[in-house]
Ligand binder design. Structure first.
Ligand SMILES: *[C@@H]1O[C@H](CO)[C@@H](O)[C@H](O)[C@H]1NC(C)=O
Ligand SMILES: *[C@@H]1O[C@H](CO)[C@@H](O)[C@H](O)[C@H]1NC(C)=O
Ligand SMILES: *[C@@H]1O[C@H](CO)[C@@H](O)[C@H](O)[C@H]1NC(C)=O
Ligand SMILES: *[C@@H]1O[C@H](CO)[C@@H](O)[C@H](O)[C@H]1NC(C)=O
Ligand SMILES: *[C@@H]1O[C@H](CO)[C@@H](O)[C@H](O)[C@H]1NC(C)=O
Ligand SMILES: *[C@@H]1O[C@H](CO)[C@@H](O)[C@H](O)[C@H]1NC(C)=O
Ligand SMILES: *[C@@H]1O[C@H](CO)[C@@H](O)[C@H](O)[C@H]1NC(C)=O
Ligand SMILES: *[C@@H]1O[C@H](CO)[C@@H](O)[C@H](O)[C@H]1NC(C)=O
Ligand SMILES: *[C@@H]1O[C@H](CO)[C@@H](O)[C@H](O)[C@H]1NC(C)=O
Ligand SMILES: *[C@@H]1O[C@H](CO)[C@@H](O)[C@H](O)[C@H]1NC(C)=O
Length: 400
């Protein structure tokens, strides 16, 4: 397996092509070939004492496999100011391929709408890292108030008049509660005392946003991430353990290979749409993290919607294609037809060449597993390996 991971790493790095970046107020940025097969060791215990904390990892390997892996897992949606988010929606489809109008339609399964007198919050929980502090894991997740800063006891939407502060981040989850913290539980091992919810699941899924990214005119440029708004997605388990994106002694799952992807990541004027995943795989320092990170940028950038409101999103199709897009034709209807989404995508320019992420190798046990299961339990993997071995042995016996 190590060899195939290495091969994968090398093949990702070697497929980086240089293309002239173009830019626009509308357009799309695409990735193809998404879906990796690899194993990782999940966190089995969090040692969170104030002086020195670390995480222990299970000695049983789990598989990430299939189309869009590791983004086929549950994802949490991060919003970092200055951003005014007026709408957000999450959609799923049984099967959708870009450019194929016979694909299944998209159904809305979560909605946040802050444009009316009464805020709509269907299947959305707003959390932030404003809870109990820890030296090494940072602040724990908690419900946050209208300012997205003050800890709360209940789920509260950010105010539509919220200050456009730099580096204020809230995270959206679904309203489905996690089972209790456990290696084999649906949400893995997480910090005690936090409100824990599933993110947004599915291999084939789409997230839509209506937002603006006004300039922070009041904050101090000493603030970290000053005037650098960002919308990104991460494995839903990452924020439940740590607020740091650093290695943190195995506590950050991105170093084990869980997913993280930038949707609209902005500097003063531009928004990049970039992919950042499999960061280091076996990486043990922030160097691994950032070297992978910077190599996974998509081609092209969008203009930052400073004085305007933009509608855009990210779509993960059933063929391992990811597209981020900005278009004024986007609506947040309960159902969106395959042809309406394809028409939107067809009518906007591609900003730079599609980034090909050909992963290549598919390993034996995973080919027998369900495409839709991002996360196989170790025992299942072992059973399949066993069956696979018997099957290949029989095959050899029959054929030779
Ligand atoms: C911190 O904890 C880890 C693992 O428990 C241990 O290896 C390390 O020596 C500790 N460091 C300090 C400074 O106590
Ligand atoms: C979307 O909704 C339709 C009608 O209610 C249903 O038949 C279909 O299975 C749903 N699709 C998904 C992906 O849930
Ligand atoms: C979750 O959100 C859905 C859609 O708004 C709602 O029907 C359901 O009652 C909510 N469930 C919980 C546990 O709040
Ligand atoms: C809420 O979101 C979760 C996403 O993980 C989804 O599985 C569930 O069906 C959604 N609930 C409703 C009522 O749409
Ligand atoms: C930060 O702001 C101060 C004044 O508020 C200004 O003098 C300085 O040039 C700014 N630094 C940067 C890097 O923009
Ligand atoms: C966008 O990506 C390029 C690399 O392609 C990087 O140099 C630049 O800093 C990024 N800009 C933003 C706004 O993140
Ligand atoms: C912002 O990002 C764009 C795109 O990568 C880049 O061309 C531009 O120089 C960056 N601007 C600043 C002020 O960093
Ligand atoms: C991590 O990968 C490097 C090669 O990139 C290899 O030399 C090293 O042994 C690996 N470490 C572990 C713990 O697998
Ligand atoms: C945004 O609007 C402000 C004042 O309303 C103006 O000063 C600024 O130049 C505008 N910025 C852009 C990028 O259009
Ligand atoms: C899908 O349908 C839309 C809307 O009718 C149309 O604009 C588009 O060309 C169609 N795409 C394909 C590949 O047929």
């Amino acid at each position: 397996m190590k060899n195939s991971i290495l091969f994968l790493l090398v093949s990702i790095l070697s497929t980086i092509v240089t293309a002239a970046d173009t830019s626009g107020t509308s357009g799309k940025i695409q990735f193809s070939g998404v879906g990796y097969d690899f194993t990782y060791k999940p966190i089995s215990k969090i040692n969170n004492n104030d002086k020195n904390c670390s995480c222990e990892i299970s000695d049983k390997e789990e598989w990430f496999t299939g189309t869009n892996a590791p983004f086929s897992e549950y994802l949490a949606v991060h919003i970092r100011g200055p951003i005014k988010l007026s709408k957000f929606a999450y959609y799923t489809s049984h099967h959708f391929s870009i450019d194929d109008n016979s694909s299944t339609n998209w159904n809305r399964s979560a909605l946040f709408d802050n444009t009316k007198d009464f805020v709509v919050m269907d299947n959305i929980t707003f959390l932030g890292h404003q809870g109990k502090d820890s030296n090494c894991l940072g602040k724990a997740l908690t419900y946050v108030g209208e300012d997205a800063i003050t800890p709360q006891k209940t789920n509260t939407a950010p105010s539509k008049y919220m200050q456009d502060l730099s580096n204020v981040e809230y995270i959206m989850y679904s309203n489905i509660s996690c089972p209790k913290s456990s290696v084999n539980g649906g949400c893995g091992v997480y910090r005690s005392g936090i409100p824990a919810f599933y993110g947004f699941g599915g291999v084939t899924k789409m997230f839509l946003f209506e937002f603006s990214m006004p300039n922070d005119l009041e904050g101090s440029n000493h603030t970290s991430y000053y005037n650098a708004p960002n919308i990104w997605l991460s494995s839903d388990s990452q924020p439940r353990v740590t607020s740091e994106s650093d290695y943190q002694g195995y506590c950050s799952c991105v170093f084990q290979g869980c997913g993280e992807i930038q949707v609209f990541s902005a500097n003063a004027t531009k928004m990049n749409s970039s992919i950042a995943t499999l960061q280091g795989l076996n990486g043990t320092s922030s160097d691994n993290f950032y070297s992978m990170f910077s190599n996974m940028y998509g081609h092209g950038s969008f203009d930052r919607p400073i004085n305007t409101t933009a509608t855009g999103g990210i779509l993960f199709d059933s063929e391992g294609n990811i597209v981020t897009f900005i278009s004024s034709d986007i609506t947040f209807d309960e159902e969106l037809t395959a042809s309406s989404i394809n028409a939107i995508l067809a009518n906007i320019p591609e900003l730079g060449a599609t980034k090909q992420l050909k992963a290549g190798v598919k390993s034996a046990p995973t080919s027998t597993a369900s495409r839709n299961s991002a996360n196989l339990t170790p025992s299942k993997v072992n059973d399949w390996m066993y069956i696979f071995t018997i099957a290949t042995t029989l095959l050899h016996y029959i054929m030779w």
